[in-house]
Structure formats: C-alpha cells, structure tokens
Design a protein around this ligand. Sequence first.
Ligand SMILES: [Zn+2]
Length: 175
Amino acid sequence: MQGRYNTDFSGLVKCADCGWSLSYGENRQNSKPYGHYHCSKYGQGTRQCSMHYIRYDVLYAYVLSRLQYWSGLVQHDEERLLKRLLNATDKGQAAARKKQAAELKKAEKRKAEVDTLFARMYEDWAAGCITEYNFSMLSGKYQSEQLNWTQRLNSFNPLSPLKARTPQTQKNGLP
Ligand SMILES: [Zn+2]
C-alpha cells in the first residue's frame, strides 16, 4: 500500500461534530508522505469546526478490520448474526425508552418538589415568617424553575395533556 493513495472514502466519512464530509489531502512535508482526511468546514479556513483529522492508513486498516469481522460472522453463521443484529436494535430501543421514562420521572418529581416548596414559602410569607424581600426573591427563583420543569415535561411529548398546564404568564404580551 506504500505510496498508493486514493480517495476510496471520499464523501463517505463525515465529521462527527458538524456532519460535513471530510476532504482528502496529502502531507508531503513528512519524510514518508501520507494521505489524510480532515473536516472540510475547518479546511475552508472559516475555522467553523475544529481540525478533525484521520490518516488514510489508519482509516483503511480500521475499515478493513471491521469488514473482516462482519464477513467472518456472515460466513460463520448468517442466521445467528441476523438474530443478533435484530436483537441489538430492540435492546437499543428499549434502553432509550427506559432512559426517557427515568428522565420523565425525575422531571415530574422535581416539579412536584418545587410546587411544594413554593406553596410552603407562600404560607411562610402569609404568616409573616419571611420578609417581603426574601419572598419576592425566592418566588422568582421557584417560578423560573417551575417553568423550566414544565417546559421539559412538555418536551417529552408535545401532544401530552401537560401542555395545558403551561403557566398563564407565558401568554402575556399577546395582542
Ligand atoms: Zn467538522
């Protein structure tokens, strides 16, 4: 492979950060010139992305090893590989659903806590236990947190009935 570079992967390799194609280039300043791919968004001199970079020989060896791995599995037991791939997809989806359910539960729990704190603080204020100044300071804090959690809960499912709970204050400023 020494000295024989081509652009096999052009258009196929993308920057993990910006999604642009990596462009091919060659470093001839090195005593042993080598090919490499780098982020084309960075390469334009716009500095819009960072210098993501991979050597051609490193990429070639990696892709080759993956191809050998998968073709080995196909030859060994195609049926089992197919089952494994389908199972992996199921597992991935189940894990994503589980993660989202956990986040939803956490958001609901914290929102309930903030609601309780807010109600308690209001009672304290009504009973004269906290000053007007502290009341307005804390109520601002809790209200913004309430709004934040409400929005996060809504973002889980835009069609959920939670949308109806969006505070009235958001509607201010409409004609
Ligand atoms: Zn990039």
